[in-house]
Design a protein around this ligand. Structure first.
Ligand SMILES: Cc1cc2nc3c(=O)[nH]c(=O)nc-3n(C[C@H](O)[C@H](O)[C@H](O)COP(=O)(O)OP(=O)(O)OC[C@H]3O[C@@H](n4cnc5c(N)ncnc54)[C@H](O)[C@@H]3O)c2cc1C
Length: 373
């Protein structure tokens, strides 16, 4: 069977759902195609759930711009719609002289990005977090945490209220150019079928480079090929969550923000993510990397956590544009008109801070789609 849509969104993670909730406002015919049984089973439900402030990335990058805008929009949305969140703030702490130098640079970068930050004196640090150890630190009051599942449920509800269709267990396996748009071929339980659509929005997360390839893009020439990075989280037992009041982060010494304190909206305490590149998607976990957790910089700042408190908890995979040792890459959010694909919008490499940025990305992409239709 062949259906006709204005917009097809591939992928029901937080970004696809946020975009769907935005583009359906104008009464368009929108379909969301999701290969899994339910929404949000990949990066969007396996992350740190931090509402980032916009400290880390280059000033004019899409990451910084959408993070800053998304941070404010997300707090407002959660407050208005009863989605659980805490604007708990975070402290980034240096535990040696080298980290202290980097902390200063990070503080200046964050301020330059327009993020409210406060350098802390030793006394202030002790007042806010009596149990952490460090030689210097700053506070980011606009960092927080959100219940990502409730957020996705909200977007999904809004999307359905606006009349969009979501098809689960529906995997996109081909994209062909049609007269006025695209024919999207899918594999469902009942076999193969297709949809005709004027606009395609690729929000396929870990597979977004492959979906771009289906549309005919040479992903190596375009520099769209993704690398998969496994992330491990360890739970912290022993009621140690009572010993901190907010998120605690190390000074990042490479491209990742570093293993840090994760709290969920119920104040469950975890450490992570510990990242390493992989070639397959597997969420299997053992305690083989416990040593790396124990050696991580954040452990020096949290002397009350003992080795026996740490247990492997969960794993995730992140879709990264930068391979091992490569430098910063920004989100790719492109209308592929110049590649001969009018009406095809690619979102590739939407890693951290994609959850925070989701609402801002949704507005940005909705505007792009509006110009096409
Ligand atoms: C370990 C980790 C920690 C993170 N921490 C944070 C954080 O604290 N704060 C923050 O702001 N961000 C964080 N992020 C980033 C954030 O989680 C992601 O940016 C965001 O979830 C991306 O959402 P998405 O919808 O683009 O992708 P996904 O959630 O991966 O969703 C993509 C969807 O596309 C579907 N799909 C793929 N291929 C097809 C196909 N062919 N046909 C149909 N469907 C398909 C998948 O099944 C999936 O449901 C973190 C990410 C990771 C991995």
């Amino acid at each position: 069977m062949s259906y006709k849509a204005d917009i097809v969104i591939i992928g029901a993670g937080v970004v696809g759902l946020a975009i769907a909730s935005e583009v359906t406002r104008q009464g368009r015919e929108v379909y969301i195609l999701e290969k899994n049984e339910i929404f949000g089973q990949e990066q969007s439900s396996r992350n740190s759930e931090v509402i980032h402030a916009g400290i880390y990335y280059e000033k004019d990058s899409l990451k910084t711009r959408t993070c800053l805008e998304g941070n404010a929009l997300l707090y407002e949305l959660c407050e208005r719609n009863g989605i659980a969140y805490h604007k708990c703030g975070k402290i980034i702490v240096a535990t040696n002289a080298l980290e202290a130098e980097e902390l200063e640079k990070l503080y200046r970068r964050g301020r330059d990005n327009g993020v409210p930050l406060k350098m802390l004196s030793r006394t202030e640090m002790k007042e806010l977090e009596p149990n952490i150890k460090g030689i210097s630190a700053f506070l980011s009051p606009t960092t927080g945490i959100v219940d990502s599942y409730s957020l996705m449920r909200y977007f999904l509800g809004k999307t359905r209220d606006n009349g969009a269709q979501i098809a689960h267990k529906t995997k996109v396996i081909g994209i062909e150019k049609a007269v006025d748009g695209y024919k999207v071929v899918v594999a469902e339980l009942s076999g193969h079928s297709s949809l005709l659509t004027r606009v395609v929005i690729n929000c396929a997360g870990l597979y977004s480079d492959r979906v771009a390839e289906m549309a005919g893009i040479n992903i190596d020439e375009a520099n769209y090929r993704l690398h998969w990075c496994k992330a491990e989280y360890y739970s912290v037992g022993g009621a140690k969550n009572r010993l901190i009041n907010r998120l605690i982060y190390p000074v990042p010494m490479d491209i990742s923000v570093g293993v840090h304190v994760c709290l969920d909206v119920n104040w469950r305490l975890r450490l992570g993510p510990l990242f390493y590149y992989v070639n397959e998607i597997s969420y299997k976990l053992s305690d083989s990397r416990k040593r790396d957790f124990l050696d991580s910089s954040i452990m020096k700042a949290l002397p009350f956590i003992e080795p026996a408190d740490l247990q492997p908890e969960s794993a995730s995979i992140m879709a990264m544009l930068q391979g091992p040792g490569e430098r910063f890459r920004d989100f790719i959010i492109e209308h592929e008109y110049n590649r001969g694909l009018p009406g095809f919008i690619n979102l590739v490499g939407i890693e951290t801070p994609g959850l925070t940025s989701s609402l801002a990305i949704a507005r940005y992409v909705s505007h792009m789609a509006g110009e096409i239709l």
